[in-house]
Structures are given as structure tokens and as C-alpha cells.
Design a protein around this ligand. Structure first.
Ligand code: 5BU
Length: 273
């Protein structure tokens, strides 16, 4: 068993070579939360309002910046300011998927200037290793900014083809880019099921499709609960509609925070005990 997921965030931070991962674990410990809010709102005003009201309870804010109808520099300034004020990271769920050369342009430039403000981005390896090589290069050339990549090793939608060999290849590629690949978006912990792990390997697992009251939606989304996700080795729980579409989103985020944190504490206490 090479997975570090039974250790506390604090213990994992102490040993982790990647500064962004250390920062993420420190935020989780300090705020006692492993919730990532998927803030899929479509105007800057709504996005910033929810980031401000729920910011104290989350470790990371995940965006789909291209769904905003009014994206502009005020969006970026607002997000960066709230991230600093409430101490959370910004994760742009861009799902890069193209040849390396194109992806570098999409990451660094364009209208969205994602590299400038997003601490974390994700990418699919469908196009092969070049995409990760390209993002890694941009990150390493990018100066002092700490930036990280999550590889999309699995997806939660019904009939997803990101399984089996694809998932295994995601882990293999991740192992080659330790400076920039922080971990995976996946439904469960993957390292310990993938032969060839270095003894100190410690990828961070972000899990989407988390909902306390629903099993799925009409368009193929499939949910698990915070508890089952944490039991499967997830480290950070990504929840969207379960929180922001709730009548009282502050009460909802607190519920997810509590469920996620208690499941995390149960997991690490097994290790002690
Ligand atoms: P929901 O409202 O909690 O269903 O939102 C889930 C979010 O996570 C949404 O932004 C999706 O784009 C994102 N997502 C997902 O649901 N499943 C996946 O496998 C991946 C991302 Br990768």
C-alpha cells in the first residue's frame, strides 16, 4: 500500500515536495474543510456573491470561467481578491484536451488568461502525454507563481470512457511530472491500485459528483456522498448544485463541510488506531 490517504493533511504537507499541495493541505487544516465549491454560475455578480458568502467554508473554488456571460478583468480581480480574503485556491475546470501547442496558448493567453489567476487547472490525456508536457512547461517557465495540474483520470458521467487502461495511463503520465501534476480528478484513490508507485508517492484526489441528497441528474451525472467519496480515498470533495442551488447555501455548505471533515477524521483515526 503506497497511498498516503490515511495520513492527516498536516502529515502529508510536512513531507510533500510540491509547494501548492502543501498550501492546499494547510488551508484544509486551518479551515477544517475539504470542500471544493463548483460555482457554476453564469454571471460575475452571482459568482462573486457565492464565493464571498461560502468562501469561509471551502478550501477551493472551482470555476467554469467560459460559462460566464460577462467575463472580464472585474471577474478575475474579484476572484483573486476573494481567494486572498477567505483563503481558498482557484481551480479552473477547463479540461484542456488538444495538442500541446494549442493548449499552451489556451492556458497562457486568449481572452481568459487562465494561467494568470487559476492556481489549479485540469487536463485530459486523450491526446497523449504532450498535453501534460506543454502545461508543465508553461508552469515551469511561469516564474514564481505556484500552479498545478490535475489529470482527469475518471469522469462521473454515465458511460464515461475514462476507465481501465485510460485511467492507468493517467497515473503513469502523472508520475513523470511531479513538479506540476498534483493529482487527479477521479472517483477514488488511484496510486495504490497502480503498480510502480514510488514509496513516497502522494497524489491529491479531487472527486466530482458529490451530493448529499441526489443520486444523479437527467443528463447522466452520477453522484456519491461525501462519506463514500472519503472512504474511497478522495481528499477533496467537489460539490456544485448540492450547495449553490440549495435554498440556504450557507447551511448546505456547512453540511458538506461537516460530512466531509468527519469522514476524513474517521479515515485518519483508523491509521492511528
Ligand atoms: P454538480 O452540480 O455537483 O453536479 O456539478 C459538478 C461539477 O463538476 C460540474 O462543474 C462538472 O462540470 C464537474 N465535473 C463532473 O461533474 N464530473 C466529472 O467527471 C468532472 C467534472 Br471531471
Amino acid at each position: 500500500m503506497t497511498s498516503k490517504s490515511n495520513l492527516s493533511y498536516r502529515q502529508r504537507a510536512a513531507d510533500h515536495p510540491n509547494p501548492l499541495v502543501r498550501k492546499l493541505f494547510a488551508i484544509a487544516e486551518k479551515k477544517r474543510t475539504n470542500v471544493v465549491l463548483s460555482a457554476d454560475l453564469t454571471t460575475t455578480k452571482e459568482l462573486l456573491a457565492i464565493a464571498d458568502s461560502l468562501g469561509p467554508y471551502i478550501a477551493v473554488l472551482k470555476t467554469h470561467i467560459d460559462i460566464l456571460s460577462d467575463f472580464g478583468s472585474h471577474t478575475v480581480e474579484g476572484l483573486v481578491d476573494l481567494a486572498r480574503r477567505h483563503n481558498f485556491l482557484l481551480f479552473e475546470d477547463r479540461k484542456f484536451i488538444d495538442i500541446g501547442n494549442t493548449v499552451q496558448k489556451q492556458y497562457k493567453g486568449g481572452a481568459l488568461r487562465i494561467h494568470e489567476w487559476a492556481d489549479i487547472v485540469n487536463a485530459s490525456i486523450l491526446a497523449g502525454e504532450g498535453i501534460i508536457q506543454a502545461l508543465d512547461q508553461t508552469i515551469r517557465d511561469g516564474g514564481s507563481a505556484e500552479r498545478g495540474i490535475l489529470i482527469l483520470a475518471e469522469m462521473t458521467s454515465k458511460g464515461s470512457l475514462a476507465v481501465g487502461e485510460y485511467t492507468r495511463a493517467s497515473v503513469e503520465i502523472a508520475r513523470k511530472y511531479p513538479q506540476s501534476v498534483m493529482g487527479f480528478v477521479s472517483t477514488r484513490e488511484l496510486s495504490s491500485h497502480s503498480p510502480g508507485a514510488a514509496p513516497n508517492e502522494d497524489f491529491v484526489v479531487f472527486t466530482t459528483g458529490v451530493n448529499l441528497s441526489s443520486k444523479g441528474d437527467a443528463l447522466g451525472q452520477q453522484y456519491q456522498t461525501p462519506t463514500t467519496a472519503m472512504e474511497g480515498g478522495s481528499d477533496f470533495l467537489i460539490a456544485g448544485r448540492g450547495i449553490y442551488a440549495s435554498e440556504d447555501s450557507v447551511a448546505a455548505v456547512k453540511q458538506y463541510q461537516k460530512a466531509g471533515w468527519e469522514a476524513y477524521e474517521r479515515r485518519i483515526s483508523q491509521n492511528r488506531g
